[in-house]
Every structure is written in C-alpha cells, then in structure tokens.
Design a protein around this ligand. Structure first.
Ligand code: NAP
Length: 309
C-alpha cells in the first residue's frame, strides 16, 4: 500500500481525491493538511510543512490546494523524498514545473502533473481515431457559469489564479494530447472584468505545427448547462466530443464509451509512476496559457460581482 496524504481539502479533494483513495486497493490515506480541515480518524495538519515535520509516515502527497500555493509545498515534499501528484494546473508558471521536475529527477521521486481531462472516457479513443486521419480544423467551446462552478473561490480571480483558464486549461490538456504536433497561440482577446485581475472570457486563435487552425472560446458568463465541447473536422468524418470528453459522436453517431473514471485511472497512473520512480509532468497546456497572456489583447469589461463581492 502506498501511504498518501492529501493537501488542500477543498472541492476537488472532497469530490474526487478522497473517494478515489478510499476505493483504491493501491493507496491508503494516512493524513490530510489544509487550514480548515477536519478528518476524524487520521492526523490533520494546517499545511504541508506541519505534515512533513510531524514524523507521520507518508510515501506520497496529492497537492490539491490553489495553484498559487502549490510550488513551495510540492518542492518541500519532493525534498523530503515524497512522491508528488500535482492537481492541474501543475504550477503557477512553466518554470515552476521545470524546477519541480529537476528536484524530482535529482531525488529519484515520482512526479505527476495530473491532467484529469486526458483520462476522460473519449480522449484515448479519439486520439487513436485521429492518428489515421488528417485534421482540418478544431473548434473548442468551454463555457460555464462561474457562480455555479467556482462560487466562493476568490483565489481564482487573482493574477495567477488563471480566471477562465482554470477550466479552459482542461480543453487545452485534451487537444495537446490529441494532436501529435505542437500547438501555438496566434492571437486572441482576453476579457477581464474591471474589478478583477484574471479573465472571465477568452477568444483564442491557435494553430498546430501542421497548420491546423484551432478556434477556442472560453466563457464564464454562460447561464444554464455548461458546454465543454470540442469539434474536430477531418478529411473523413467529423467528431464531436462533449461534456468534457464524457460523450463522443463520430459522423453524427454516438459512440459507446467505457471508462473506469477519470480519477481512478489517474491514481492508477500515479501508482505506476511511483513503482518506476518516474516523472510525467507535461507542461504543454500550461505553456499555452502562458503564451495566451503574452500574445492576446486585453479588453476590460464590466465589473463582475458574486456573493463575496
Ligand atoms: P477550493 O475548493 O478553493 O479548495 C482549495 C483548498 O485549498 C481550500 O479548501 C483550502 O482549504 C486549501 N488551502 C488553502 N491554503 C492552503 C495551504 N496553505 N495548505 C493546504 N491547503 C490550503 O479549490 P478546488 O476547486 O478544490 O481546486 C483546487 C485545485 O484543483 C485547483 O488547481 C483546480 O484547478 C483543481 N481542480 C478543481 C476541480 C473542481 O471541480 N473544483 C476539478 C479539477 C481540478 P481550507 O478549506 O481548509 O481552508
């Protein structure tokens, strides 16, 4: 059994990490660390430093705190010889991911940038299907209501909180897994509310090295059901991946998909990396986001207010 601690007990830890670990035959939850955490039956710490100083025997740590807080915590854990899983995005900057990779390489520990959307049911099927076809264009629509999906999360509006790229980076993690060649940003527009430091919407024009145009719209002002869709036009049929990769239509016909679930697969992959002391820390989606902030124009839009202000 791999003894694991979860750091940052917020929405994703409660929704996915804790239930997945509980159901796993490979991992055993031995501690949690989070400022407001309560977890009967296991040691609870305020943060990763307290956890590491405690002497509780831990092999691995899952980092689920906001991305602004992840780098120092992950670096401390790696220096202490722990295997580390990084929730997405794996850092606030690409350089942070490179430094963590260097630390894990030197220390011989496993490091996993856990792009959960790459484990969505349709993604591997689509990747294999596209391998024998020519992609002509891609259209991404990633639209949701921020009040519903990120209510009360003030960190997400900070300068390095990613704004609408917090969900949008999931779409980028999928297309960077689907296409064999690198993707770059051509130009685009980021819409930033006058009272916030991060974008509420983005319109992006990207291109693959093969010249495939990729259009993306990310928008947090979408009331009603979320839209997490990717349409791929090929020289054969076109395909439509929806619900973040949970559903797939090819040529208008729905495909049956089987999946063990994103997070069970993600933890299985982490266990494999731990067994081999390996690193899987692809920063390609994060690099694209960083490029967007360099290449895109900023348009100030009306202030955004939620329950917190
Ligand atoms: P969240 O609900 O705001 O949770 C973050 C938690 O981090 C907070 O509950 C807070 O704990 C804790 N925290 C704050 N400072 C800390 C510190 N110094 N040490 C340890 N923990 C600390 O955010 P989230 O939605 O779970 O997102 C966290 C990360 O997961 C983000 O990078 C996000 O992109 C990613 N993610 C989220 C989802 C999702 O559906 N929400 C899905 C996939 C990935 P206390 O409550 O104890 O103060």
């Amino acid at each position: 059994m791999i003894r694991i601690a979860v750091v940052g007990l917020g929405k994703i830890a409660h929704d996915q990490h804790l239930p997945t670990i509980q159901a796993s035959s490979q991992f055993e939850l031995v501690a949690v660390a989070s400022p407001g955490a309560q977890s009967p039956g296991i040691p609870v710490f305020q943060n990763v430093e307290e956890l590491l100083a405690s002497g509780v025997a831990v092999d691995a740590v899952a980092m689920c705190q906001p991305p602004q807080l992840r780098f120092e915590a992950a670096a401390s854990a790696i220096r202490a010889g722990k295997h580390v899983l990084l929730e997405k995005p794996p850092g606030a900057t690409v350089k942070q991911v490179e430094v963590l990779t260097a630390l894990a390489t030197r220390g011989g520990t496993a490091l996993f940038a856990a792009w959960h959307s790459r484990f969505a049911p349709a993604v591997e099927r689509v990747r294999a299907w596209l391998a024998t076809r020519r992609v002509q264009s891609i259209r991404i629509r990633w639209m949701e209501d921020v009040r519903v999906w990120h209510g009360g999360q003030q960190w997400i509006w900070d300068a390095d909180g990613f704004g609408v790229f917090d969900p949008g980076i999931n779409a980028l993690s999928i297309i960077t897994a689907l296409l064999p060649d690198p993707i770059h940003i051509v130009d685009g527009t980021l819409e930033v509310p006058a009272n916030r430091a991060a974008p509420i919407a983005a319109e992006l024009h990207l291109r693959s090295a093969a010249g495939t145009p990729i259009e993306a719209v990310f928008d947090w002002r979408c009331a009603g059901a979320p839209v997490w869709d990717i349409e791929v036009i090929t020289d054969a049929e076109s395909l439509h991946l929806s619900q973040g990769g949970a559903r797939l239509h090819i040529g208008g016909r729905e495909c049956e998909l089987e999946s063990a679930g994103e997070y069970p697969q993600l933890y299985h992959r982490f266990s494999q990396l731990i067994a081999g002391r390996q690193i899987d820390a692809d920063a390609a989606p994060l690099r694209l986001v960083a490029e967007c902030f360099l290449r895109c124009g900023i348009k100030q839009v009306e202030p955004f207010h939620d329950a917190a202000g």
